[in-house]
Design a binder for this molecule. Structure first.
Ligand code: GLU
Length: 546
């Protein structure tokens, strides 16, 4: 059969000679050992924690070696495309300070390996598909959906591996006459790889994360170009990662089963395969069992969840670093103020199996990270969240920066040696300080004393209160009110004869705290009253009577 003639008939358009692409996309000018990595999402609009986890590994692998991290959009499946998805990937990752050096929608002088959208690279794939046909490594397949279903059914009923291979690959052996007859009749066709693999052969291959892995050779005549001329993921992956000069493909372990196909495609195309690193799936504990994070069950899988809940982005990244490299935590202990980018990330230190995602630990890291901010930085962080997700009331509150800074200094304990870790996330932090504003103050007047006692304590303290008092003068007044109302002003007296008292000074302070802050737990009450100002503080004492 004249394969050149066939190739030209199947793919008739003017295309570049495939060899020319080697010059169009030259080897990258990067130092030895530099890794070129990519994130290659489908533009479905759903960007999840797994993408962030992978992107962080990609970004670290590239940037710790002087390499390049780029964004390629795998849009071969038009049906799954969502408008604005690419911008959303870039924006979501940027929030976590993960930035691309080049690629789709990235404004960069490095953009020399594009187009970075696969649909715009159709000519490259077609040029190579034609080359494979000319070389007898690919062929047209005219099988209809019905024929493929019949093949599948036969395989299933005979307990055979499903797919298009061996004797089932009926179009592999079509005569020249049959092929041209089909073409003349205008029958639609796909282009398939003519696999040379044999499932009795094993290949050992080195995964950058999982180490040596033995897989079975591919013998499936996989589709490389679909009937609309658009490539399949497999074919596009081999061509794009070759010409975009990717050195390290980091991708989820669900792709491991396709690896034999990819190795064969690289061989057929005459390309040296990149290094592969298959990351283990993110798992969570659920009722004592470890299971994969699921889109349906786990809201924390979506990256939007973290933005909406107002996680401190650096905390999420640092937490993911602990999942990526188990020695990161140790480094963090030694370098509590260090930038995670100084840590020597190593791809081969990534976990070989199920990486456990622990939301409690993330929350804890988020608290610690936020507690290290200055009040000013914390204000900026909370305000950014409020501007995007806050209610109108929150936005109003955040207009008074001076007032907010006073609150944050108190809530974060910035003056003291030991910082308070009360703020875990922006959403929760903004709610935590609601009691400083009358329109969001929602006290629970759940006193442990009768109204007569409570009301008298509140009146007496209101009378004694002087906003110019320092902390000790303020406390002396609480003690005085305690004594006047049958409470022990000294703990030791109370402990010696509890039966002689209504309670002690801390019980009085609790009544005042409930009145002023709306709950029995709050930071320093004297400071809270100072921040609220005399009028508001006295009003609250008055309103808190029952
Ligand atoms: N487009 C593939 C995905 O959405 C990318 C796989 C890869 O990184 O090679 O998962």
């Amino acid at each position: 059969m004249d394969l050149f003639k066939l190739a030209k008939r199947l793919i008739p358009e003017e295309l570049l000679n495939p060899e020319e692409y080697e010059n169009i996309y030259p080897q990258r000018d990067v130092q030895k050992g530099a890794e070129v990595t990519r994130l290659a999402p489908s533009p479905t609009g759903f960007i999840h924690l797994g993408n962030l986890y992978s992107a962080l590994a990609d970004e670290r692998a590239a940037h710790t070696t002087g390499g390049v991290f780029y964004l390629r959009i795998e849009d071969t499946d038009e049906k799954r495309k969502v408008d604005g998805a690419v911008e959303s990937v870039i924006r979501s990752l940027k929030y976590f300070d993960i930035n691309f050096d080049e690629g789709a929608e990235i404004d960069s002088p490095l953009n020399k390996y594009g187009p970075y959208y696969q649909r715009r690279r159709a000519e490259i794939y077609r040029a190579f598909a034609r080359k494979l046909i000319e070389e007898g490594k690919a062929y047209p397949c005219f099988c209809t959906e019905e024929q493929l279903t019949a093949i599948r059914e036969e395989q299933t009923s005979n307990n055979l591996t499903p797919g298009y291979y061996g004797k089932f690959a009926v179009c592999r052996n079509l005569s020249e006459e049959q092929i041209y007859k089909n073409l003349d009749e205008g029958k639609p066709f796909v282009i398939r790889l003519k696999s040379e693999g044999d499932i009795s052969n094993k290949i050992t291959f080195r995964d950058a994360i999982k180490g040596d892995i033995t897989v079975t050779e591919n013998d499936q005549d996989v589709v490389i170009l679909k009937s609309d001329g658009i490539p399949t993921y497999h074919f596009a992956h081999a061509i794009d990662d070759h010409f975009m000069r990717t050195t390290l493909v980091i991708r989820g372990e669900e792709w491991l089963s396709s690896l034999p196909i990819h190795l064969e495609l690289h061989k057929a195309l005459g390309f040296k395969p990149p290094k592969y690193a298959h990351t283990s799936s993110l798992m969570k504990m659920d009722g004592g069992n470890k299971r994969k994070l699921s889109k349906r069950k786990d809201p924390e899988l979506s990256l939007d969840y973290y933005r909406k809940a107002g996680y401190y982005p650096k905390a999420v990244v640092k937490y993911l670093m602990t999942v990526l490299n188990s020695n990161f935590e140790e480094w963090l202990l030694k370098n509590p103020d260090g930038d995670y980018k100084e840590f020597k990330f190593k791809i081969d230190k990534m976990g070989k199996s199920g990486a456990l995602f622990d939301l409690d630990k993330l929350n804890d890291m988020s608290k610690t990270e936020i507690s290290r901010l200055s009040a000013e930085e914390c204000y900026d962080f909370l305000k950014t969240w409020v501007d995007e997700f806050g209610a109108e009331k929150d936005k109003k509150h955040f207009e008074d920066k001076e007032y907010l800074i006073k609150i944050l200094n108190l809530v974060m304990g910035t003056g003291g040696k030991k910082r308070r870790k009360d703020i875990e996330r922006a959403e929760q932090g903004v709610r935590l300080i609601d009691y400083f504003f009358d329109d969001t103050f929602s006290p629970q007047y759940a006193y442990r004393y009768e109204s007569a006692v409570v009301n008298k304590v509140l009146s007496d303290f209101a009378e004694a209160y002087d906003e110019t008092d320092d902390n000790s003068a303020w406390f002396a007044k609480v003690k005085a009110v305690a004594s006047e109302n049958g409470f022990a002003s000294e703990m030791s007296d109370y402990k010696a004869n509890p039966e002689n008292y209504n309670g002690n000074v801390s019980d009085v302070a609790e009544i005042l705290r409930i009145a002023i802050a709306g709950s029995p737990n709050s930071p320093d009450l004297c400071t809270i009253m100072g921040i609220l100002g005399k009028d508001r503080a006295l009003n609250r004492l008055q309103n808190a009577k029952i």
